[in-house]
Structures are given as C-alpha cells and as structure tokens.
Write a protein that binds this ligand. Structure first.
Ligand code: AMP
Length: 600
C-alpha cells in the first residue's frame, strides 16, 4: 500500500475477501468491463456530449496511454479539479488506469486549499478547467507550480480560453499541457494492486485544512456496488449528478460509479440550480438524483410552479447535512418520488433508508448502514457503549471505512480507537427498529449548505488580521443553508507594545495600530480573507465583536455558549463568572492574547 496509508489488518482484509465484499477489482479496469457488458448504451451525458460505454472506454484507454507517455507513473499523485463535465470522469478513470492517484479537490477551492493539497499529497500534476466561472485556474496552477517543488505538470481542459493554454513562456509551455493532447494509442499498462489506494477524497474538515482520505480499489468498488444494489439500479436508470461530482455522495453513493456499474446513464448538471436540473430531469428522463437539504428545499419551491415533467424521478436521495423532518415529509407528496435519506461521510460508512421502510422512519431517521459488515458503536465520553435510544458519539469500522488518514499519524491516534473504529464526531442514537438518527455533532465544523467548513481554519485566517486578537467561529442555524458561519472576535485595540523596536519598527507599529483601532466591518474582513486565498464558501456570514470569550471549566473556549449567543442576539454577551474567565488564567489561552500593555 502507498506509503503514508494505513491498511486494514490482515484478518479483516481476509474476511472481506472471503465474504465476497472485496473482489479484487481495480477501478481503472471498470470502463473496459462496462464497455463489454453495455457497449452502445449511453454512459455519460454532459453539455452537448453523449458518450456510449464504448466511447468512454476508448477515451479512457487513449488518455491513460497519453498520461503514460508524458511520464505519469503508478503512485503519482495528481490533484484533480474539474467541474461537472464528462472529462472529469474520463480523467479520473484514465489516472486510475495508469496507477496514478487523483486527489479530488473541490471546484471551489482556491490557492490556500490547493497549495495544501499539493504539498500534503506531494502532487506531481494538477488538472484544471482553464477559466471557469470567471476564475482563471491556469493562472493559479502556474503559481502553484512555482510554489510547490513537486508539481511538474499542469493539465488544462481548454474551456473558454482554450487557445491561450499553448502560449506563454517556454517554461510554461513545458509545464502546461492541454488535456486534449493527453492522447496516445492504447498501450498495455502495469496492473494495479486492488488493495492499494486508488484515489483520495477530502475530509469534511475538523482540522484547519482538509485531510486526505485514501480510498482503495477494493473498498470503493464494494461501496458503489453495494449502494447500487440497495437502490436497485439497472440499465434503465438515469442518474443526475446535480451536486459537484467530486463529492463522495455524487461520485459513489451510488452516484457516477454505481450507475455506470449498473449499465445506466449518468447526466452531469453544471449546478444544482432547480430550473436547470428540472429541465435535465425532463429531457433525459432522470430516475435518481442526490442533493443536500438546502437544494431539496429550493427544488420544492421551484416545483410549486414549474411546469417541467418530473414524473420519471423515482428516488431523491438527500444527505450531507441534517434534513428537517418537516422538509422530509414534503418530498414524496410534492415531488412525486421516493425520499431516501443518506447519512454518510467521505471517510466511509453510509447509512440509508430503503424502499419498503415505513414512512415514519423514512422521514425521521437516517436509515441503516448499507453493509452487513459495517460495525457501529454509539459511546459516551469514556467510549462505553450506551443503550439503544441514548445519544452518544458514533464510532464505526467496516469494509469501506478508512483505517487512517494519509500522512497524519498524530491525528490518526485521536481519530481512531485502538481497535480501528473511526470516531465520526457525529452524535447519534439508534431507534428500537435499529435505524440511526443523527442528533448533532461534537466536531468543530460548520455545515453550510452541504459544505463542511472547519471552524479552526477560518479562525486561523481571521487571526492574521491586525485588528483581530482572538476569534471563535460557530455555526448559526439558517433557514436556507441549514447553518451559516458566525465569527465572534475579540478586538485588538491597538495599545500593545513590543520591546526592542527601532524607529522604523515604532513607525510600522503606529501604522499597524491605526489600522487596528477601527473595528473592521464584515466586508473588510471577508475581503482580507479572500485575498489570503480562502475559498468563497468559507468566508464568515456574520461577525460580532465581544470583550472576551466564555470558557469551559477546563479553560477552553465554550463554543456551546457562543453558538447559543449567535442564535439569540438578545442573550447577554456578559458571560457569567463561571464561564467568563480572562485568558490570563489559562496559559494556553493567554498565548493568544495581546502581550502585556502599557499606554504609549
Ligand atoms: P462529508 O465527508 O463531507 O460528506 O461530511 C460528512 C459529515 O457530514 C458527517 O460526518 C456528518 O457530520 C454530516 N452529514 C452527512 N450526512 C448527514 C445527514 N444525513 N444528517 C446529518 N449530518 C450529515
């Protein structure tokens, strides 16, 4: 297995093979198998392009040979950042076939995230869309190639500015390759090991920046097959990829891979906008699609007056964030299709409601794990299992749940129990019927729409602003997005002094102080964070300045109190004495405070 990844212990691997869950399939070989089975059936539809299974296999084989000719080798990591276009699918499978490991970046990621992904994965290549939605990804990629020594090749999908990609300096010409030129007559390529890593998904982020989730050929082939079976997918099914294709939900639950494995058709939507998706559903006779609750709500609103014919839709999967039962109850009567709740994570474990489940539990629960080999424990703070009906942290392990993040030894010690259970950070309970109900979470994450934002990441960026002394980010409930990002800030009032400064230093400090003494408006903070390369969806929606933060008895910032305050502006911001403890009392916190001050 790729160095830096944690394999399943041999007895588990042997059991999963013995039970027929892991069948030794390699993801890169699948298009060939599918072409044999489904030949002229339509595999992919995107924009004007329609590819049969045979076309898909031909494209994958040619592009894989093209990557091979350009020196992409088994084990190379390649950051893949493309929107919902057929090329995403072709590039991913071509990389699987040469044995390279794509890192599925979000299309919305910018310099900050991309630099991190390239560095952490040691990427040698980066696939970008050229200019997409007004953002010049090629320019970003060239900057990354300068900053990250391992990055040697940039592959550009010629979109709006196709003709520009071949220009530039000689060095740029060597580095930048249009994807259309990654093309060669197919050649035999070395076989991959099915138990090795096939690609990397990104964690929903509890640490400042996303961690990499290694997914093996065996485990992902199993996941997609198992979900496709559970959803009873067949060759007549048409799956609409409405959410970004790089999400685990869209790519493999059953998503793109599960649909192709069943001989169905995948239709790629440019965005989840209701009007566009409704037209696609009508035009392509879509039978299954998956969305986050925010999108479901917008679709319900559109459906009230839209004239598009949605009668082909058989199942609407909703997951990625908490689905309010009131919204869940509206799906079947108003959209005329079956609701399937999906609780899942890129790390692995998936729980879903099934056809035939009683309506009550479909609306109120997140169903049951998809595999008989999924192991679930719900535990208290001491890791002791709690009885059914009691809420605790959900721990899980199984044939498609990771055993460790990539190159994250220290984090892995906290994220897994000694016997290999993954600590999801989600709070759940089991109903008497054995269904899971997700009640909340322990992890410090805001789930905005379906996007996961690690509070720590936004806090880290806020702290670089000269007028921010301390920052604490919490979720605040929102009717449309589920949650928004609420930042509490302790203002740095500009009276700090540093020792040993020279004249210039003193002047600089006075300038900085002027800058600090004004409390910056939300727009100014957002601009500053944006300039630091933080992706748009991570910018705070609200900021509030406070004198201090409430603390837990252990001296940590009490985010529960802050979250309650964010929700209710009428609540006092004068934290009670038990909660409000100046940072001085806690050495860890006082490090973040301004140094001792004297008025100049
Ligand atoms: P990701 O890996 O980005 O899909 O994020 C996984 C996390 O999203 C889970 O650990 C949960 O915190 C949250 N999540 C996913 N599905 C649901 C759901 N149906 N209800 C509540 N939270 C969910």
């Amino acid at each position: 297995m790729l160095d830096g990844c944690t394999p399943w212990p041999e007895e588990f691997a042997a059991r999963y093979r013995r039970e027929g869950l892991w069948r030794g399939e390699c993801l890169g070989d699948l298009p060939r198998t599918w072409a044999r089975a489904f030949g002229d059936g339509t595999a992919l539809v995107g924009g004007e392009l329609r590819l049969s299974y045979r076309d898909l296999e031909n494209r994958v084989a040619r592009m894989a040979a093209g990557f091979h000719r350009l020196g992409i080798e088994p084990g190379d990591r390649i950051v893949l950042q493309l929107p919902n276009v057929p090329e995403f699918v072709v590039v991913a499978f071509a990389l699987f076939r040469v044995g390279a490991k794509p890192v599925f970046s979000l299309a919305s990621h910018r310099a900050n995230e991309i630099r991190h992904l390239c560095e952490l994965s040691g990427a040698s290549g980066y696939v970008v869309p050229g200019v997409h939605r007004g953002f010049d990804h090629t320019a970003l990629a060239l900057r990354m190639a300068e900053e990250v020594p391992s990055l040697r090749r940039i592959f550009v999908l010629d979109e709006e500015t196709g003709e520009e990609t071949g220009e530039g300096t000689g060095e740029e010409r060597d580095t930048v390759v249009p994807l259309s030129q990654v093309d060669a007559d197919p050649v035999p390529l070395p076989a991959s090991d099915p138990s090795d890593v096939a690609f990397f998904l990104l964690s929903g982020g509890t640490t400042a920046l996303p961690k990499l989730i290694p997914r093996t050929h065996d485990d992902y082939a199993y996941q997609t097959r198992a979900v496709a079976e559970l959803c009873e997918l067949g060759a007549d099914d048409v799956y609409l990829a409405a959410l970004p294709v790089e999400f685990n939900f869209t790519w493999g639950c059953p998503g793109v891979v599960g649909t192709l494995g069943s001989g169905g058709t995948v239709v790629l939507a440019e965005s989840p906008v209701a009007e566009d998706c409704f037209h696609a559903i009508e035009r392509e006779r879509v039978t299954v699609t998956s969305v986050v609750p925010t999108v479901a709500q917008l679709w319900l609103e559109e459906a009230e007056w839209a004239e598009a014919d949605l009668s082909s839709l058989r199942v609407l999967q909703i997951g990625g964030a908490r689905l309010q039962p009131e919204l869940a109850a509206r799906i079947e009567p108003e959209l005329g299709c079956r609701l399937q709740q999906v609780f899942g994570m890129a790390e692995g474990m998936l729980s879903m409601s099934r056809k035939g489940d009683d309506p009550e539990s479909v609306v109120n629960t997140q169903g049951r794990p998809i595999s008989p080999a999924d192991e679930v424990r719900i535990v208290d703070e001491r890791d002791a299992e709690v009885p059914a009906g009691v809420t605790g942290e959900l721990l899980t392990r199984g044939p498609y749940t990771l055993r460790g993040y990539y190159r994250a030894e220290e984090h892995n010690r906290r994220a897994f129990t000694e016997d290999g259970f993954y600590r999801t950070g989600d709070l759940a309970r089991l109903t008497a019927e054995g269904n899971l109900v997700i009640e909340g979470r322990l992890k410090d994450v805001v789930i905005r729409g379906g996007d996961k934002i690690a509070a720590g990441e936004v806090e880290g960026h806020l702290l670089t602003h000269p007028s921010v002394a301390r920052a604490a980010v919490v979720p605040v409930p929102d009717e449309f997005l589920g949650e928004r990002i609420y930042a509490f800030i302790v203002h740095r009032d500009g009276r700090d002094e540093r020792d040993g400064r020279d004249e210039q230093g003193a002047q600089d400090e006075r300038d900085e102080r002027d800058e600090r003494s004004e409390k910056p408006a939300l727009a100014e903070l957002k601009r500053a964070l944006h300039e630091r390369g933080l992706a748009e969806f991570k910018l705070p929606d609200r900021v509030e300045f406070v004198d201090d933060f409430p603390l837990t008895p252990l001296g940590k910032i009490d985010k529960k109190v802050l979250a309650a305050a964010a929700k209710d502006p009428a609540l006092s911001r004068r934290w009670t004495s038990a909660e409000s403890t100046p940072g001085r009392q806690d050495p860890a916190l006082s490090r973040h405070r301004a140094p001792a001050k004297s008025t100049p």
